[in-house]
Write a protein that binds this ligand. Structure first.
Ligand SMILES: Cc1ncc(C[n+]2csc(CCOP(=O)(O)OP(=O)(O)O)c2C)c(N)n1
Ligand SMILES: [Mg+2]
Length: 326
């Protein structure tokens, strides 16, 4: 491959990742607006600023691979390919929602694209992806499972149990640790003795790689290597992606505990800006970049309008799929 061809391929892929990051950002802008107007059922946890982690990792996956994620999981489920309109409908509690409108923002799930679930119990999903990877190994499908979780979850028992089992059985899992420096309102150093979380991989016999989680290209490259290793039977990898949530923990948190200047430093390294700068270096003009952003905004706005027009769940189906005790 010549350098020119490589550059063209890189540019196309990066443009596509930029489009998807813009769509996710606009999706959450609208979710935030709906929440402030009391249109959202339940709570919502925005991941604005962390989009490059989900988009970079899922870009290394293929059909048949699976993901699991947290209550801050809009980006992962959308990056995995869930439709924007049905994800919006889920957040609005509409019948056409991904889970019939009964799961809401914290539980977006779309099995048809391999998005096995968003989990509100911290750490609960790491064993789910580990199980999916075990199934893939037993059935010989070659599929990989990527599980996305926070720095706080790395102090939960299931993190250690899942990492150990995956290490022993060489399961095809990517443990994607989104280190955004906070667990709820607590800075990482107040809850974690050694804040270099990557080193925990050593204990469980797998590579641990720290990557700039705001650089989508860097995330993609690390994820590609981990996926290749997993598919070849080499076992799991821990990817510690350093990133930052630009808003509070949930919509009721103004994030007043952050030191002055910290947010501004991270805003200057917003994943959309990092990718735009790189695209500029690859010869993409400002006008082309604006067009990508504007098209993404139109796509998301149209999806939101469809979701708003859809129905509430029918009265006689409201108790379907709901836990029942007699
Ligand atoms: C088992 C469990 N313990 C506590 C909580 C309350 N809780 C919700 S989010 C959260 C912080 C998790 O932080 P982190 O894993 O870093 O993820 P982030 O919110 O930063 O994405 C806690 C303690 C919970 N949902 N589940
Ligand atoms: Mg965190």
């Amino acid at each position: 491959m010549t350098t020119a061809t490589t550059d063209a391929a890189t540019r196309e892929q990066l443009l596509d990742m930029q489009r998807r990051m813009h769509e996710i950002r606009f999706f959450e802008d609208i979710t935030k607006d709906w929440f402030s107007r009391s249109l959202v059922r339940g709570s919502t946890h925005l991941g604005q600023g962390q989009e490059a982690v989900s988009v970079g990792v899922t870009s290394a996956l293929r059909e048949g691979d699976t993901t699991t994620c947290t209550y801050r999981g809009h980006a992962t489920v959308l990056a995995q390919g869930a439709p924007l309109d049905r994800a919006f409908a889920e957040i609005l509690g509409k019948e056409q929602g991904l889970c019939g409108g009964k799961g809401g923002s914290m539980h977006l799930t779309d099995l048809s694209v391999g998005a096995l679930g968003s989990f509100a119990i911290v750490g609960a999903h790491l064993p789910v992806s580990t199980g999916a990877a075990w199934a893939a190994q037993l059935l010989g499908t070659g599929a990989v499972s990527a599980t996305f979780f926070g720095d706080g979850a790395a102090n939960i028992g299931t993190f250690h149990e899942a990492m150990n089992l995956a290490g022993v059985w060489k399961l095809p899992v990517l443990f994607v640790l989104e280190n955004n420096l906070y667990g709820e309102y607590s800075p990482i150093a107040t809850t974690t003795a050694n804040t270099d979380l990557r080193v925990r991989a050593d204990t469980y016999g797998m590579p641990g790689i720290r990557v700039d989680g705001n650089d989508v290209e860097a995330v993609l490259e690390v994820a590609r290597q981990a996926v290749e290793r997993a598919r070849a039977g080499g076992g799991p990898t821990l990817i510690e992606a350093m990133t930052y949530r630009q808003s509070g923990h949930s919509r009721s948190d103004p994030a007043a505990y952050r030191p002055p200047g910290e947010l501004d430093e991270w805003l200057a390294r917003d994943p959309l800006l990092v990718a735009a700068r790189r695209l500029g270096e690859l010869g993409v003009s400002e006008a082309e970049l604006d067009a990508v952003r504007d098209r993404a905004q139109e796509t998301v706005r149209a999806a939101a309008d469809r979701a708003l027009a859809w129905d509430e769940p029918a009265a006689d189906r409201r108790f379907d799929d709901v836990w029942e005790t007699r």
